[in-house]
Ligand binder design. Structure first.
Ligand code: ZN
Length: 307
């Protein structure tokens, strides 16, 4: 039995190779539930792959899943790369997962989040020939992102992460997770955050997104879902690190809480105010971040993904 157990369904006609991941973070189980439902329908014949290939990994990080924790030995969705001498659980998963990703064209990675909120999709960079993450499939990602059934989209992750890592003296490579690996391997990739971890709707959000993806990519014979009429597009612009154990938030922030430029977000241990750099939103706040690690991100409305 392998460390990951992909379930593969191939169509008779050539087409797109899709891979869908659940439980990359072990305590995020909505994708697992949705994949179980879809693969049961495929096995039972209610759904049929006619073109290309659909591969499903219901539980990507089994150790973390069994423990009900985000990671096993560490966060699988950071510094994802094959290694010659795997040192921990996530290294061993990476050695099976990375070649599997590289053997597909499109990744849909299903996650959930800690505090209450609406589902959102994370999209890669615009087409570019830069050094950090050169890319040429932005239009393809955007078209799929608009069809997943969610109303909020976020981009700018690796650029913003890399700027923070450089300031910390760290490596941008640490910011590489499943989607970044997939893009570097020539594919395109979306992370779908389906809702709060315990939200009973989250598996339904994930299930609907898988069916819409299968239809949009023409793996099943079904009409292409219409793109969302409305999408709130946001771009991550800044990451602020926690510097001291006594740095504290002004209040209990939740991702996408709106802030005005100059609004107080937190207070440093020495009493200095931490202010919003622009009109936008607080994203991924972590009140328990270790000093020297990311405390929160700031995102700004951006037209690219907005409708
Ligand atoms: Zn996650």
């Amino acid at each position: 039995m392998g460390i990951i157990e992909p379930k593969c369904f191939a169509g008779e006609q050539p087409g797109t190779r899709l891979i869908v991941l659940g439980a990359v973070h072990g305590n995020e189980t909505c994708g697992t539930r949705a994949i179980e439902r879809v693969t049961a329908e495929l096995a039972g014949g209610q759904l049929r792959i006619v073109r290309g290939r659909a591969t499903f990994v219901p539980v990507t990080n089994r150790l973390a899943y069994q423990r009900g924790t985000r990671g096993g030995d560490r966060n699988l969705n950071r510094h994802l790369a094959p290694t010659a001498a795997p040192a921990d659980n996530e290294d061993r998963i990476a050695n099976a997962l990375c070649p599997l990703l590289a053997d597909h064209d499109v990744l849909l990675d299903l996650h959930s989040f800690r505090s209450a909120g609406s589902p959102f999709v994370m999209v890669g960079p615009e087409d570019n020939a830069g050094d950090l993450q050169p890319f040429s499939q932005a239009a393809r990602e955007r078209a799929l992102a608009l069809r997943l059934g969610v109303a909020r989209a976020l981009d700018g992750w690796l650029d913003t992460y890399a700027a923070g890592a450089a300031r910390r003296g760290g490596s941008a490579a640490y910011g590489v997770g499943t989607t970044e690996y997939m893009r570097a391997a020539g594919g395109c990739a979306l992370t779908l955050e389906c809702g709060q971890h315990e939200d009973p709707q989250a598996p339904q959000v994930a299930y609907r997104a898988i069916l819409r993806t299968l239809a949009h990519l023409r793996l099943i014979d079904a009409p292409d879902p219409p793109p969302a009429a409305r999408m709130e597009g946001l771009r991550l612009r800044e990451v602020v690190d926690r510097a001291h154990p006594d740095d504290r938030f002004e209040r209990a922030w939740t991702s996408f809480d709106p802030v005005r430029r100059g609004q107080r977000i937190g207070v440093r241990h020495d009493g200095a105010a931490v202010l919003a750099p622009f009109d936008g939103a607080v994203v991924f706040p972590d009140a328990t971040a270790a000093p020297g690690a990311e405390w929160f991100y700031c995102a700004q409305p951006h037209p690219r993904l907005s409708r």
